[in-house]
Design a binder for this molecule. Structure first.
Ligand SMILES: NC(=O)c1ccc[n+]([C@@H]2O[C@H](COP(=O)([O-])OP(=O)(O)OC[C@H]3O[C@@H](n4cnc5c(N)ncnc54)[C@H](O)[C@@H]3O)[C@@H](O)[C@H]2O)c1
Length: 445
């Protein structure tokens, strides 16, 4: 007698959640975009309109760097009258009427709050880069204004939009791991990235930008809250600056690595090593990887990127651990670690029926009832290569979903509501208060 093999329902559900999401989009019209800040993020998001023509068109740009605003201006044939310097000029021009359907705010951290507060009053739906603001109070003020004006605000929590985290979240929502009991989530920063961004670069000082746990880890607060599916009730955190301190400066080290430092050859954090030999992070200088060494040296002699890592006014912790308690009792431990060979994320989820472990591109679900395991790994989408898009495909997927939400006026197309984004920022600020005070922090409802 013929017998059908038993159906493996977990495998079927797993296959269903593993289908790649479309990256392309057909909008009912071309959505016009004004960009504040034509740097790395502004360029990344708007490239979607070049990959999928007819969806998005940049019609106005503001950037204090002429080279960048003209680069975007040329790429999108923006008339000179709509190429602005400071973002206030763009806001001023918008007083008589919006310059575009939507606004992308990809300015440095300290300008997000003012730009978003004012742009909301002009009625712009917007994609607002994270961190949305520099204090909890400002985040709440933004939320109040968003509720009042009714505009749509998508925050650049790109990890939520990556196929990897989307599949992990779907697996949890389908109950494949049972009830979540605990989460371990690691954010490995990568040693050279730490030195580049958080010791020498834009985010080296928490007062001038935002605390590390907001600047770097507001994504992770958001991801843990989202995966847990519950409100976070209490947090505590520890951590500090272990290495990049003045007292660790080797004797005889000059102010700049380019000034004949006797330790240069053996120092992994040497600017010559990172920028000149390894050719990392050259986009901050708007230089291509294959440019002449003299052009890089000129930047290292004149910008903070050439300075000794032990002689900066940095205060961003190179290690943080935090514990989070969610409503209902589930817990998460979070660790940010600067000294790793790789970046990305590592996540383990302990559920009552199964265990999930992932490294940022691949994750495995182990079922306790059958002993079987099921693997998910990144596959490029059919109509575009997600690997070409940053954050595991999350960058382009976010702008895609944002455009769809604007086009259909269905804010539910966004993975994250603005309320949820504010909540995860508040979690981060609470962790920072805990780290500095040594207290556990209870989060308000
Ligand atoms: N979502 C993410 O994963 C992610 C990743 C990286 C950066 N970010 C955030 O995106 C934002 C932009 O980062 P970036 O890497 O693109 O930085 P960037 O320095 O490359 O770009 C910022 C641009 O803003 C311009 N600018 C500065 N002041 C201005 C002003 N007053 N008016 C007009 N333009 C002005 C600068 O000239 C620069 O071109 C930051 O807040 C950063 O934290 C988010």
């Amino acid at each position: 007698m013929d017998t059908k093999p038993d159906r493996d329902e977990v495998a079927e559900t797993f296959a269903e959640i593993s289908r790649s999401q479309p990256l392309s989009l057909r909008t009912s019209r071309e959505i016009t975009v004004a960009v504040m800040g034509a740097g790395s993020r502004g360029q990344t998001y708007t490239e979607y309109g070049k990959i999928f023509p007819g969806t998005l068109r940049v019609v106005a740009v503001a950037d204090i760097m002429k080279s960048r605003r003209d680069m975007m201006g040329r790429r999108w044939k923006i008339p000179y009258a709509l190429r602005f310097g400071d973002f206030h000029e763009m806001l001023e021009a918008g007083r008589k009427g919006r310059l575009a359907d939507v606004l992308i705010v990809s300015l440095p951290d300290h300008l997000h709050y003012e730009a978003a507060m004012k742009a909301m009053l002009q009625g712009y739906d917007m994609l607002l880069e994270k961190p949305m603001a520099r204090t909890e109070r400002e985040c709440r003020a933004l939320l109040a204004r968003q509720h009042k004006t009714g505009v749509m605000v998508a925050v650049g929590h790109v990890l939520r939009y990556s196929p990897y985290f989307r599949a992990m979240k779907s697996a949890l929502d389908k109950g494949l791991a049972g009830e979540i009991v605990s989460i371990q989530h690691q954010e490995p920063v990568q040693w050279a990235h730490m030195a580049h961004s958080f010791v020498r670069g834009n985010w080296h000082n928490s007062k001038a930008s935002t605390p590390m746990i907001i600047a770097k880890s507001c994504h992770d607060m958001d991801i843990m809250r989202w995966l847990a599916g519950r409100r976070c009730a209490r947090v505590s955190a520890e951590g500090g600056v272990a290495l990049f301190r003045r007292e660790n400066r080797p004797s005889g080290a000059p102010v700049r690595c380019t000034d004949g430092c006797p330790h240069e050859a053996k120092c992994p954090y040497s600017a010559l090593n990172i920028y000149l030999r390894q050719r990392r992070h050259l986009y901050v200088f708007d230089l291509p990887r294959d440019c002449a060494p003299g052009r890089i040296l000129a930047k290292l002699r004149t910008t903070d990127y050439g300075r000794c890592v032990y002689d900066m006014d940095n205060d961003q912790p190179d290690h943080i651990v935090a514990t989070l308690l969610f409503e209902g009792g589930a817990t998460a431990t979070f660790s940010l670690d600067a000294f790793t060979p790789w970046g990305g994320r590592r996540t383990r989820i302990m559920g009552t029926m199964g265990y999930i472990e992932g490294d940022g591109t691949t994750f495995t679900l182990y079922r306790f009832d059958t002993g079987k395991s099921y693997a998910w790994s990144f596959r490029p989408a059919d109509e575009g290569n997600y690997k070409d898009s940053g954050h595991g495909g999350g960058d382009l997927q976010l702008i895609r979903d944002f455009l769809e939400a604007v086009d259909t006026r269905d804010f539910g197309k966004l993975s994250s509501s603005f309320d949820a984004s504010v909540e995860s920022h508040v979690m981060g600020f609470a962790c920072e208060r805990s780290r500095l005070s040594g207290q556990k922090i209870v989060l308000p409802d």
